[in-house]
Design a protein around this ligand. Structure first.
Ligand code: M6R
Length: 365
């Protein structure tokens, strides 16, 4: 039931504060400020040399955020693969290893074959799934459910942010057991996560402004999305969302890669969405942004008040998000990505919930 929403996608975008809060409540103990994950799993996170993650599409991009998080906050080396690549490149997996699969449906064929490959290689198999009685869930040693509820729109939205919520919890648990995060650090990161639903609600209030920008965007033939660090996968996700439902060609790039090729594409017709919260990467990203501005690119800057202040009064569209800990940025900056794609598609008039050529769950290889 779509309720008062025009599309399931819109309903699912707006459900995020609630479902993320449910998902977090499952993995965080609000009273003690600690993460609660199955003990055997945490013990393994402390013992393994590396973690390998495989998934497809948006779930893969969640895994990529997980890599940035776990390497930074837990010093745990992580390999992330697109599942259709993972299974055929015959990855070398030592005995006693740990692998993690991420899937909303739990039925994605390539993800499932990757899982079976890992089982054969005697890895412990954990999976983050939204459908608890799915094949991937059944064939895993351990499941970490996302409590997103049924996701109907083909474009994944709330499942993505719930996957990020679970990955954030894993990151904190890994950081603790690996001796990287002390009790204080853990409590601080947990507090940051607890703030996420409220930050999401605040961010969703920017919808009208984002809708106006999306109408502009909908006239473009191509678009670029730039981000750095843990927001690089969010740029990729923004581009994927736009392609998928509005059929506008879009590419996500690590901001620093721009001058290694894609900047040649930039002219006055090229919208460039730049994710640049004020953090240690800010200045670098802004200098990449100025390179494209100098070539006439139409910039849409996503930042916070401090970032907006630092870039001064410049003639581009600017969306000012609330301030937040760097750790939770991917969870929040994902929302304007979804809203931009959604409103661009609505303004073009495509079938938002069931875009052409796509299926909600890809059960063929
Ligand atoms: O059900 P899964 O999470 O395994 O699906 C993976 C991808 O097919 C999925 O995320 C796809 O990329 C979405 N349509 C993106 O919005």
């Amino acid at each position: 039931d779509r309720g008062n929403y025009r599309h399931f996608m819109s309903k699912e975008i707006h459900e995020q504060p609630e479902v993320v809060s449910h998902t977090l409540a499952r993995y965080l103990d609000m009273s003690t400020g600690r993460v609660t994950l199955p003990e055997g799993f945490v013990e393994q996170l402390g013992r393994v040399q590396r973690l390998s993650i495989a998934a497809c599409g948006t779930a893969y991009l969640a895994g990529l955020v997980g890599k940035y998080w776990m390497e930074r906050y837990a010093r745990l080396p992580v390999d992330v693969d697109i599942a259709s690549e993972f299974r055929y490149r015959e990855p070398i997996l030592g005995p006693g290893g740990l692998s993690l699969f991420i899937s909303q449906s739990g039925e994605t064929a390539d993800t499932l074959s990757s899982l079976r490959y890992c089982r054969e290689a005697e890895q412990t198999v954990a999976s983050i799934v939204n459908v608890e009685d799915s094949t991937i869930a059944r064939e895993s040693d351990l499941i970490l459910p996302t409590l997103a509820g049924p996701e109907i729109g083909v474009a994944s939205t709330k499942a993505f942010t719930c996957q990020l919520s679970v990955l954030a919890a894993i990151t904190i648990a890994a950081g603790r057991v690996r001796g990287v995060l002390g009790e204080e650090d853990e409590a601080k990161l947990v507090r940051a996560l607890i703030e996420v639903p409220r930050l999401m609600t605040q961010t969703l209030r920017l919808e009208e402004q984002i809708e106006g920008i999306a109408r502009e965007l909908s006239r473009a033939k191509d678009a670029l999305y730039l981000g750095r660090g843990m927001n690089y996968p969010i740029a990729l996700e923004g581009a994927l969302k736009l392609k998928e439902i509005s059929y506008i060609h879009a590419e996500g790039y690590a901001a620093g890669e721009l001058k290694h090729g894609p900047i040649a594409l930039v002219d006055e017709n090229m919208p460039i969405v730049v994710i640049a919260p004020s953090d240690m990467m800010f200045e670098k990203t802004v200098s990449n942004m100025q390179e494209v501005a100098a070539r006439g690119g139409r910039i849409v800057l996503l930042t916070d008040a401090e970032g907006a202040h630092a870039t001064g009064e410049q003639p581009f569209a600017r969306v000012i998000l609330p301030r937040m800990y760097q750790f939770v940025q991917p969870l929040i900056y994902a929302l304007p990505m979804q809203l931009l794609a959604y409103h661009a598609a609505v303004s073009i008039g495509t079938d938002v919930d069931q875009p052409r050529n796509l299926a909600k769950s890809v059960t063929v290889e």
